[in-house]
Design a binder for this molecule. Structure first.
Ligand code: ADP
Ligand code: AMP
Length: 226
């Protein structure tokens, strides 16, 4: 039995930041739909070009495209011991497709960690986000800038600002979240596996809260790494 975890929350809630740390501290593999689209775009694939049109507008990429991409990704061997889903599912249709695909492998979603963050904080986080082109580490010009401007502390790579992090697109992404993704909170609440985490706290506090929530699942199948 594998441990699969979903990080649910609005854009800017800290899903990517936390998923990166959790994957380093457990045997779970980080799978981020947005990262997969950005990688496809860098490689100039058809999938990347298709996704770009939606991402630029802050719209969701069509369900069948995202679902196909994610199911293909989690069939790879590095996902066998469990996955941390970041940015997926974002609609009810995606959630149902994920569940039925996992069920075929006798697997389930162990826990859904919902990061709650007030709107005004989200916009500031998105506006200040900087991401490393090389290793994907995330910084924030307001909250914790890199030591050397524009350069990643971890690997020396170049930092960039995502084009969909402009104020206008970010606001629209939040609207899309409220309309299409927020209903998943209730959906998972009903299933009884949703944990709400205060995402406004410091990053390390949030990580600890997540590890605590995942405790019983990590004991059996995804021991924290030393
Ligand atoms: P998401 O993946 O949910 O869109 P990110 O993990 O990319 O969000 O975080 C958005 C921005 O907020 C980044 O600049 C990140 O460094 C910053 N951030 C993440 N968590 C926190 C936190 N707990 N406190 C302050 N800033 C944070
Ligand atoms: P993210 O990196 O999670 O902020 O996602 C960036 C963009 O990628 C989103 O605004 C969407 O256009 C697209 N995207 C990522 N994940 C999904 C998903 N699960 N469903 C639809 N579109 C997605």
């Amino acid at each position: 039995m594998t441990t699969n975890v979903i990080l649910l929350g609005p854009p800017g809630a800290g899903k990517g930041t936390q998923a990166k740390t959790l994957s380093e501290r457990t045997s779970l593999t980080h799978v981020a739909s947005g990262d997969l689209f950005r990688a496809a775009l860098r490689e100039g694939t058809e999938l990347g070009m298709l996704a770009k049109a939606y991402m630029d507008r802050g719209e969701l990429v069509p369900n069948e495209v995202v679902i196909g991409m994610i199911l293909e990704r989690i069939a790879q061997p590095d996902c066998a011991s469990g996955v941390i889903f970041d940015g997926f599912p974002r609609t009810r249709e995606q959630a149902v497709a994920l569940e039925s695909s996992l069920a075929k492998q006798n697997s389930t979603i162990a826990a859904v960690l919902y990061l709650r963050v007030p709107n005004e904080v989200l916009l500031r986080r998105i506006a200040g986000r900087q991401t490393c082109k090389t290793c994907g580490a995330t910084y924030n010009i307001y909250y914790f800038p890199s030591h050397r401007p524009g350069i990643c502390d971890a690997c020396g790579g170049r930092l960039y600002q995502r084009s969909d992090d402009s104020m206008e697109t970010a606001q629209h992404r939040l609207d899309v979240y409220f309309e299409q993704t927020m209903p998943l909170i209730e959906y998972y609440q009903r299933q009884g596996n949703l944990f709400e985490i205060d995402g406004q706290q410091e990053i390390s506090w949030v990580t600890d809260a997540m590890l605590k929530a995942l405790g019983k699942y990590l004991v059996t199948s995804a021991q924290p790494k030393e």
